[in-house]
Design a protein around this ligand. Structure first.
Ligand code: GLU
Length: 476
């Protein structure tokens, strides 16, 4: 068994048939942590042998997702599509040694076997018809099958699941090269993991049934199999396998929803792994504390509330530069120019504690960057009433004199205006808030003033006063 002193060399091997999913990202994170924790290496390999389903756009989406999360790797990306000679060489060796054979069985024959097995209530398996044939029927491009041992068993010690043993009698002769010459997953993965000197394979447990087959192929190729760690799947909050039905399953969709990379990483690490009851982990802590053996055997449930809680934590207390970079990205997405309002770092300082996600934060900060003509009707009706006119007028005069436009001075200016008019702070606060933002929700009123800035604040108060005057004139 590996201890912290044996450097783990592992790989993440996504098939580029979509974007980077939550489950894939978690596997990649576990790979990265296992490698870093032992001073080993983390390799990225793109499994693009399925030429029909693999796309360049998907490769890019996976690379983007990993980059965004900070899942940097030490080697790669390698592409299976560029390694064809390696597979040909390996299959040539197996054919020569009699450990693989050409199979000419027609689709109809295989279909017949399948139907017969199903009818008998058995698992469909290839019956070995071409195992020992020596003729080479004309005009048929054969597939190549692996000659799986007929007797004995394959056993391995999974580092998450424990000991697993399967009888060879249960495994049939797997197709390792298709008729078009492309290798199948189970074959390419073994050739690659041997070539890339992988000593620990970490992957989803949907592959657990492939592992005994792959171990036989390692041995046939004269290689010692690596160790394996199969991580359990992720379920939605209803206990069903996480899928589109549950909302965002792509990592970048979570970016769009306003989550920070550090929050995602922290969340993904805890999805199936734990260390006591600690919830918040820095990246360094994860590296120091992570052990693949501590990954839970049971499936874990995706919990959006917890992710939200972590995001709020990282917005408030996490890496400022990261939050700021994301904030700018969101502003651009929302179509406003960060230069047309307060310094984004200032905005973040005020707003971070008020929202769980950057999407909400940005949406609720629009009025600091963009002017508006109309007030939100409910808020205006309630707060921009004739009685508010005197307060707003007095305030505008007093604010024009404030030397330094900063929160403490602004607080004093509002208080003094309220005192001079003999009204409560609240009577002034709400009309002012609606005047400044167009609606009723904003940070503390002195901070709101601070963020909106002097000129804009005075112009907006003026605008609100005009609005009140028009309303009064209309007798509304
Ligand atoms: N390409 C496979 C997948 O995406 C990789 C499985 C493995 O890691 O061996 O499921």
């Amino acid at each position: 068994m590996h201890s912290k002193s044996v450097p783990i060399r592992t790989r993440f091997a996504p098939s580029p048939t979509g974007f980077l999913h939550i489950g894939g990202a978690r596997t990649a994170l576990f790979c990265q942590l296992a490698a870093r924790a032992t001073g080993g290496e983390f390799v990225l390999r793109i499994e693009d042998t399925d030429r029909e389903r693999s796309t360049q756009a998907s490769v890019q989406a996976i690379l983007d997702g990993m980059a965004w999360l900070g899942l940097d790797y030490d080697e790669g990306p390698y592409y299976q599509s560029e390694r064809r000679e390696r597979y040909q060489e390996a299959v040539g060796r197996l054919l020569e040694a009699g450990l693989a054979y050409r199979c000419y069985c027609s689709r109809e024959r295989l279909e017949g076997l399948r139907e017969a097995a199903m009818a008998a209530g058995e698992k469909p398996r290839y019956d070995g018809y071409c195992r020992d044939r020596s003729d080479r029927p004309e005009g048929i491009e054969p597939v190549i099958r692996f000659r799986n041992p007929l007797s004995g068993s394959v056993a391995f010690e999974d580092r998450v699941r424990g000991r697993i043993e399967v009888e060879n009698a249960e495994l049939d002769d797997l197709v390792i090269v298709r008729a078009d010459g492309t290798p199948t997953y189970n074959f390419a993965v073994v050739v690659d993991d041997i070539d890339m000197r992988i000593n620990l394979v970490i992957r989803g447990d949907d592959h657990i049934n492939n592992t005994p087959r792959q171990i036989n192929i390692y041995r046939a190729l004269g290689a010692e199999p690596p160790e394996f760690a199969h991580v359990p799947m992720i379920l939605g909050d209803d206990g069903q396998r996480l899928s589109k039905r549950h909302g965002a399953v792509g990592v970048m969709a979570w970016r769009e929803l306003g989550y920070l990379p550090d929050a995602m990483i922290n969340y993904l690490a805890r999805l199936g792994w734990s260390y006591g009851d600690q919830e918040v982990f820095s990246r360094q802590e994860l590296i120091d504390l992570f052990r693949i053996e501590d990954v839970n055997r049971k499936a874990s449930r995706f919990d959006t509330e917890k992710l939200k809680w972590l995001n709020q934590h990282y917005l408030r207390e996490g890496d400022r530069d990261q939050a700021l970079a994301e904030l700018l990205w969101h502003m651009e997405q929302a179509g406003f120019n960060p230069a047309s309002g307060p310094e984004p770092s200032r905005l973040l300082g005020v707003q971070a504690e008020r929202f769980d996600t950057l999407t909400e934060l940005v949406e609720q900060s629009r009025s600091f960057y963009q002017d508006f003509d109309d007030f939100e009707p409910g808020a205006a009706k309630k707060h921009l009433r004739p009685v508010a006119a005197a307060a707003l007028t007095g305030l505008a005069e007093r604010l024009a004199e404030v030397d330094e436009w900063e929160p403490d001075a602004l607080q004093r200016a509002i208080q003094e205006t309220a005192d001079a008019l003999g009204i409560g702070f609240g009577k002034i606060g709400m009309p002012l808030r609606v005047a400044l933002t167009g609606h009723g929700q904003s940070p503390a009123i002195n901070q709101t003033l601070w963020l909106v800035g002097r000129e804009r604040s005075l112009a907006r108060i003026e605008h609100a006063l005009d609005w009140i005057a028009a309303r009064t004139a209309a007798g509304a």
